[in-house]
Write a new protein. Structure first.
Length: 487
């Protein structure tokens, strides 16, 4: 039996436009689903039920508006995207009561397109983590097995979409935080090319790496969201001044003849779990059946990616997080006796352990005695990693590999070992260093764990359209995962 909340964004859109459903009915169905599943899944930091219902009633009164691509569609956004007048906590105590006075560019675009924002999704504090256990508020659970993590840092968005609490969500990806939770929860997640989606109004983590992107239950839904949020923003100097491509048109491709698919040999090597490898290889075989030509390629600097990423991301984070000083934003310790005390006490109490660890390490690698040895070296290696990708993508149109070396692990399993947690990002972070787009598509359940496995497609700069063509054909050939077993 198919429930209203289980339908795809595209189906709901048609039903709303045909007046077979009202926006109020759709919003109510999602709110009811949230009520049922939230006690166990814990995907959301806040729910804007009243505001959403009020908006829905006004929209119903005005009647359907076909020119708005997301008219009446309930969505959520990760809680580091500013929402005007609605708390934006970033998963941190330090921003517990922060109410932005403007919408992030991407949120404003969703609203202009007619979407109804019903909730703010849980996340690792300041997007630092791979399991959504670093949130100051709650640990989100994987809808496929409530004893397992949903991945992170956009684990709230992934779990919310997989549990059908909303028809899509925006996450952010600095080193894999869209693709990895999408893979662990079994939904579709796209990290766009750096510069395609404006970062204005997103609380910054690693500014040269961060990108906002859609998380949905289908490839078509994903393309619909990207179409709305992509495009130039003159108020973000890193936003590219070029029109977005037609992502929906990319879904019309009927085969993959003439397409070269590269298999980076470093992605299919030691460290990759057997069940993930078999599910991903089976999906690659389908690409071949669809007419694609497989080519083996090399990314020789891959083994430096984790070290390079964590130096750069922490350096940028230490600088970005300097603004949370107890004076301008959020939490201020009331035990402080002088200015320095305000900084020290507010930051010590307001930030969690992982954030403090990263600020310290980031400050260290930027300090004058160590800058050349760490930060500068990392910046140089980053260039080599990007060149590896560009070279590989000269020989093929897309690259494929797993999104995560394992399926979802147990809650609490890695929290005391940050290094092991960092290693979980092995297949996602180099793409952020290179600035390229990547998509994770569910391709099956692991034979041993029965947990979702995601295949990662990596593309050329601003060629999200090709990622969508390949993903949508592969999706058609793949048996749908169905209802998450944990719910
Ligand atoms: N797990 C990585 C980190 O902790 C990536 C996080 C992200 O993409 N936001 O930095």
């Amino acid at each position: 039996m198919s429930f209203l909340y289980d339908k795809s964004l595209s189906e709901i859109r048609s039903l709303l436009l045909a007046k077979e459903l009202t926006v109020t009915e759709v919003v109510e169905a999602c709110l009811k689903r949230i009520e049922e599943t939230e006690p166990s899944v814990q995907a959301l930091i806040s729910v804007q039920a009243e505001e959403a219902l009020e908006q829905a009633r006004a929209m119903d009164e005005a009647g359907p508006n076909e020119s708005k691509p997301l008219w009446g569609i309930p969505l959520t956004v990760k809680d580091l995207l500013c929402t005007k007048g609605t708390k934006t906590t970033c998963g941190s105590k330090i921003l517990e009561n922060f109410e932005p006075f403007y919408d992030a560019f991407a949120v404003a675009k969703l609203k202009e397109a007619g979407a109804v924002i019903i909730g703010k999704a849980n996340m690792d504090e300041f997007a630092m983590g791979s399991s959504t256990e670093n949130s100051a508020y709650k640990a989100t659970k994987n809808p496929w097995d409530l004893n397992k993590v949903p991945g992170g840092s956009s684990g709230g968005s992934a779990a919310c979409v997989t549990a059908s609490q909303a028809f899509g969500s925006l996450g952010t990806d600095t080193g894999g935080s869209i693709r990895q939770p999408a893979s662990l929860c079994g939904c579709v997640g796209l990290k766009p090319t750096y510069g395609l989606v404006s970062r204005r109004g997103m609380v910054a983590y690693g500014s040269s790496l961060d990108q906002i992107g859609p998380m949905t239950r289908s490839v078509e839904d994903n393309a619909r969201l990207l179409q709305v949020i992509a495009g130039h923003d003159e108020k973000d100097s890193t936003s590219v001044d070029a029109p977005a491509a037609d992502y929906l048109a990319a879904l019309n491709r009927t085969d993959l003849k003439g397409l070269n698919v590269g298999l980076p040999k470093e992605f299919w090597a030691e460290g990759l779990d057997g069940e993930v490898e078999s599910a991903c290889r089976a999906a690659v075989a389908k690409l071949e059946e669809l007419g694609a030509e497989l080519v083996e390629v090399e990314l020789p600097h891959s083994s430096y990616a984790i070290a390079t990423y964590y130096i750069i991301a922490m350096a940028e984070a230490s600088s970005n997080l300097a603004r949370f000083d107890g004076v301008r934003y959020g939490y201020r310790s009331d035990e402080a006796e002088n200015l320095l005390d305000i900084y020290v006490k507010s930051r010590s109490k307001g930030f969690g352990d992982e954030v403090q660890r990263r600020i310290m390490l980031g400050t260290y690698v930027l300090s004058s005695g160590y800058y050349d040895a760490y930060y500068k070296k990392a910046a140089q290696v980053r260039r080599l990693i990007r060149e590896d990708y560009l070279k590989a993508l000269e020989q093929c149109d897309v690259l494929v590999g797993p999104a995560s070396p394992v399926t979802a692990w147990n809650v609490g399993e890695l929290t005391s070992d940050p290094l092991k947690m960092y290693l979980m990002d092995i297949y996602t972070i180099s793409l952020n260093l290179a600035g390229l787009p990547g998509l994770s598509l569910p391709v099956g359940l692991g034979a041993d764990s029965n947990m979702p496995v995601g295949l990662q497609l990596l593309g050329k700069e601003f060629d999200e359209a090709t990622l969508y063509s390949v993903a949508s054909l592969l999706e058609e050939k793949t048996e749908q995962l169905g209802t998450p077993a944990g719910l």
